[in-house]
Design a protein around this ligand. Structure first.
Ligand code: SF4
Length: 793
């Protein structure tokens, strides 16, 4: 049979799909299809690591005559053991996307106009290296900056080194903060590198933390939740999930508790009230490793007893006083209780307050020091120190919350605020800015400062596979490879109890004239005379190999070796380890590529609290001081008392739906879109609303009672109006949504990002009012009042 493009794709079951008039066809190069006409159709598999999110799942790619046709999970990768999420499987849609940029593009019109002309790679690189050399000659290296998406990879490290070796300190990582980060950051005065081990807990209390539908590692935590649920009859484990909307985490919990939006921290302190009154807390941990617990009128217990009586907490949170009492007693009586805050609590006006309150629950229960719940990640033995990702020279960012400086912010968090910091004169002007692996203009609730800032920078260079929302403000757009066409090494997030390195290797040569970012950076460093790496590698792959030699020389860990269950540590202890023999580096390197990665199954050690900063409890004085210091970051506005929500000690208003047609907007993330990347892949668009059965377009989840009062049915069209704008959405009626919120998925409404994402649905962030968490300075996503109008069609 003569193989045509059409029947090749049909053979793979990937044609004949037309959604919304869009025919979904992979843009496989013609010459590959032609080759197949005479090819023997040999099937091969190649191991690599997924690059769709930072979790670093192992993948195996099926190839027919060298052409990638399917992605599955790598069964011997310990983080995912053969499973992937839908995004992991959809990776080929990124590889074969018909709108991939095929040549470097130079801006023709004004910034913001999206008008381009193609140029050669040589010309593009020449222009960039000229810009960099100019800064070096004028000794103005600090006018260079680099925005880099947060992937814990070797490439991220090299990008950070590029900035440092250039002589600048403006490396801006971009990512959402991890679970509990804000609370731990404030409580410990630093980002303690801590991992929690869910398998050790017998009582898991999650305040909005949705481990099953987003970072840090949804596949790992889905498997772990399954295992924990199975073992429940034996272990008696209880999982309680607290949120205003039922997510997958709520569905999979033993108990789901609905709270009013933004009140999770108040509920946590209501529980603290009961625990203190019952005197059922870990005296030893408190005496040895905490401060501000006892100190008179101003201490933590005094604040809690004054403001967080269960009756008052009930009035604020909507949770019955007897439930507050029961939760507190269950938590404090458990052998190994663990409380996590995250998810919604990360982006509310009470984000820092809530997470600090939840961290206090862990401190009181002694869970930080008991039963191995919190562990200390062991650094990877590859001879690299963590990337210096903060602008320490100008003092704008810091990893330590020193209370005397209003500008001390975690670097990734401050990245979101850069234009504001720039206009407040807290950051130097830039002449050259590079952007890679991130689309910073897609997420901000206020795009204008970003547009103005990028317009003022003379040379903005973007590395991208698709033109995205940031591209119109770039001067040069360089076509880059996807994770399926390049080398890299991925370290997963530290919330796993073992070390792992996922090897990313090209399953196919670069398509569409694209080049790997790592190789481009090495080339630019050579051209501009930047001493990037002491090893002087010729290619990024060569540099990766050098780092793997260091791991080999350490003698630690092993390439992935066999299918292991989640009980692997127990299994291994019982029957001993199977260890490969690799006498020379060449053998180790070959195995690494064959198996897809390396890991060290030894558990992380328990945290030695004697070596750590003492835990600080929140007190009135500390909250007040923080409030004053952060005021400057509230986008130039002084934080007003009246703007501080749900903070009983500050007598602030509680945000609530005020009229029959008003709601609080509550954007949430899904496993199909995570932070918006999934929108460019049609498979993910088709299943994006799998559970509410709404596809391609976003929807608005509404409580049945509210829908009835507004005469709305399932599927009715509504106009959602905020102070910022309006959007048309389809209603999905769900009894598991708080009557006060209108829950809308985040991830759609791209202005660019290819034909499958462009102008599909509204971007909910465009509706969000510019309100901030006054304690942290971060923008809030959960404080916007919206009005709902029925659209008659
Ligand atoms: S969780 Fe992340 S890394 Fe794992 S398969 Fe999904 S997208 Fe890929």
């Amino acid at each position: 049979m003569k193989i045509t493009r059409r029947n090749f794709l049909q053979m793979l079951g990937i044609t004949g799909v037309a959604v919304g008039g869009i025919s979904r066809v992979w843009a496989i190069p013609d010459k590959w299809i032609e080759t197949l006409q005479d090819g023997p159709r040999i099937e091969t598999w190649k191991m690599s690591t997924c690059g769709q999110c930072p979790a670093g799942c192992g993948i195996r790619v099926r190839l027919i005559d060298g052409i990638p046709v399917r992605i599955l999970g790598n069964p011997i990768a310990p983080v995912n053991s053969g499973f992937t999420c839908p995004m992991g499987e959809a990776g080929l849609e990124l590889l074969y996307h018909p709108d991939r940029i095929r040549q470097p593009l130079r801006r023709k019109g004004k910034k913001g106009e999206s008008s381009w002309e193609p140029i050669s790679w040589e010309e593009a690189l020449g222009r960039i290296s000229q810009g960099l050399q100019g800064l070096l000659k004028k000794k103005q290296a600090d006018r260079f900056g680099f925005f880099f998406g947060d992937r814990n990879t070797l490439l991220t490290h090299v990008a950070g080194e590029f900035v440092t070796r250039m002589g600048s300190s403006n490396f801006f990582p971009w990512r959402a903060p991890g679970i509990n980060e804000l609370g731990l950051w404030q409580a410990f005065g630093e980002f303690p590198p801590l991992a929690f081990d869910l398998e050790k807990t017998d009582y898991l209390l999650t305040f909005g933390t949705n481990l099953l539908e987003g970072p840090p590692s949804p596949v790992y935590f889905n498997r772990l939740y399954g295992k924990l649920k199975e073992s429940r009859p034996r272990t008696g484990l209880k999982m309680v999930h607290v949120d205003a909307r039922m997510s997958q985490a709520g569905k999979n919990a033993t108990e789901w508790l609905q709270v009013r939006p933004g009140t999770k921290g108040v509920l946590a302190l209501g529980m603290v009230y009961v625990i203190l009154r019952d005197k059922n807390f870990d005296e030893e941990f408190i005496a040895r490793y905490t401060q501000d617990f006892r100190g008179g009128k101003e201490d933590f217990p005094s604040m809690v007893s004054r403001y967080y009586h269960p009756d008052e907490v009930s009035a604020t949170t909507g949770v019955l006083p007897e439930t507050v009492l029961r939760l507190a007693r269950e938590f404090s009586s458990a052998k190994a209780p663990l409380a996590l805050a995250g998810g919604g609590a990360d982006r509310s006006e009470t984000a820092l307050f809530s997470q600090w309150a939840v961290a206090s629950l862990n401190a009181l229960a002694g869970s930080f020091s008991a039963n191995g719940l919190w562990r200390e990640p062991v650094p990877l033995p590859w001879g690299l120190s963590p990337v210096s990702s903060v602008n320490t020279r100008t003092g704008v960012f810091s990893m330590k919350p020193r209370l005397a400086r209003e500008t001390d912010l975690p670097a990734h968090w401050a990245s979101e605020e850069l234009p504001h910091l720039r206009s407040a004169g807290k950051f130097p002007d830039l002449d050259v800015l590079m952007i890679a692996q991130v689309d910073p203009l897609y997420q901000p609730i206020d795009q204008k400062p970003w547009q103005d800032w990028l317009t003022r920078i003379p040379q903005v260079v973007q590395f991208a596979t698709l033109v995205n929302d940031t591209s119109p403000y770039a001067d040069l757009v360089l076509p880059t490879t996807t994770y399926l066409e390049q080398w890299d090494a991925t370290l997963p997030v530290p919330n796993l109890p073992f070390s792992q390195l996922g090897l990313q290797q090209p399953v196919v040569s670069p398509l569409a004239g694209s080049r790997p970012v790592g190789d481009v950076l090495l080339q630019l460093a050579t051209d501009a005379g930047i001493p990037l790496l002491p090893e002087k590698p010729k290619s990024f792959a060569g540099y990766l190999e050098t780092r793997m030699k260091t791991i080999f020389a350490s003698g630690k860990g092993t390439p992935y070796f066999e299918i292991v269950s989640l009980d692997f540590l127990d299994e291994l202890r019982k029957r001993g380890w199977q260890v490969y023999s690799y006498p020379a580096f060449a053998d180790f390197w070959r195995l690494l590529q064959e198996k897809g990665g390396w890991w060290d199954p030894g558990e992380y050690p328990e945290v030695d609290w004697r070596k750590r900063t003492k835990f600080t409890f929140p007190t009135v004085a500390r909250l007040d001081a923080l409030l004053k210091e952060r005021a400057l970051l509230s986008h130039g506005r002084e934080a007003q008392k009246g703007e501080t929500p749900l903070h009983p000690l500050l007598e602030a208003p509680i945000r609530k739906a005020e009229t029959q047609d008003s709601f609080l907007l509550a954007p949430f993330t899904t496993l199909m879109d995570m932070t918006g990347e999934g929108a460019s892949q049609p498979l993910l668009q088709e299943i994006s609303g799998l559970i509410p059965r709404v596809y391609w377009n976003p929807w608005a989840e509404m409580n049945p009672e509210r829908a009835r009062k507004l005469s709305l049915k399932d599927g009715s069209l509504i106009r959602v109006v905020s102070g910022k704008g309006s959007a048309i959405l389809r209603v999905k009626i769900l009894p598991t949504v708080s009557s006060e919120i209108l829950a809308v998925p985040f991830g759609k409404g791209h202005k660019e990002s290819g034909r499958y994402a462009k102008n599909i649905g509204p971007n909910p962030v465009a509706l969000i009012d510019p309100l901030v968490d006054p304690l942290s300075g971060r923008t809030s996503w959960e404080s916007t009042h919206v009005r709902v109008e029925k659209v008659n069609k």
